[in-house]
Design a protein around this ligand. Sequence first.
Ligand code: TXA
Ligand code: MG
Length: 317
Amino acid sequence: MKNIYSNIFKFNKKNLSKCIKYLQKSDLVALPTETVYGLAGNAYSKKSILKIYKIKKRPRINPLIIHYSNYKNALRDVEINQNFTKLYNKFCPGPITFILKKKKNSLVLPSATAKLNTIAVRFPSNYKIRQILKKLTFPLAMPSANISSKISPVDAKDVFEEFGKKIKMIVDGGRSKIGVESTVLDLTKNISILRPGSISAKQIKKIVKKKITIVRDQKNIKSPGALKKHYSPGIKMLLNQNKSFYNHAFIVFGRKYKKSKNIFNLSSKNNLNEAAKNLYKIFRKIKKLRYKKIYVVSIPNKGIGIAINDRLKKAAN
Ligand code: TXA
Ligand code: MG
């Protein structure tokens, strides 16, 4: 039988070289990270950046995150500060993105950062992407590997569902460990969280010992990706419900829910990390089953629950 997933590749030595070659030629590849899968291209290549926006159907005003293997490489493109250094030492590599001032002689293309004078930098911890980043002489511009405003992918087949054979290579890294996108933290002035993620305000505050603002519903597109509608399965969604109807999908959390065809439990163990990991998979499942409406119970708003609620709110918008 013909393998329809012929652009999904195992991570081995041979495919690693293949992947590097694609990136050097300004082709795009999809890569696993600990948060969600990304669509990667050379951040210093105009051609790559153009392709990313085109394939994702992403508005040009929405800047990309630039991924580096380490601090030293990022120094080429951004001005660092004390808060960054402290947070880097504590959390990186890991699921956090820092907004920093762009250096005047930075090689990151203006088209990759929506012409802003800042750059979002991230140092992913996933072993496979780290092996790739270490072999490159340029950083990777890498948004989540989904069509703009749709559900982020958490495994190689999810990426295939989004783009099919439009990209030459999807590196299979299994299921993303965290399941929601990185925390986006603005360090250019007062420290503020533009997008909550698995690293919480509380954890950040402990390190920088300063007040952390949490930015809700940004009006002036400061982080355009925080655009109100996002992560959307494209189905009417109602939040904070305590019951549902048999013909609607019901997303629940915790022990007390029985198994039933229309009930999708984020975590029957009451575990918020497990819930985050399952969130986008459950969105995809419900979408495939063609439900017309989704009811969702309220989710505890602490730890990574804050990120889950942020995504639910945007999906319901
Ligand atoms: O976990 C993640 O961050 C994943 C993986 C693949 O690394 N990437 C990701 O990228 O979620 P994306 O493009 O889906 O989301 C990037 C977010 C958007 O909200 C974007 O507006 C914001 O970061 N962003 C990027 N550059 C920015 C900048 N210079 N200033 C403010 N926000 C920025
Ligand atoms: Mg995204």
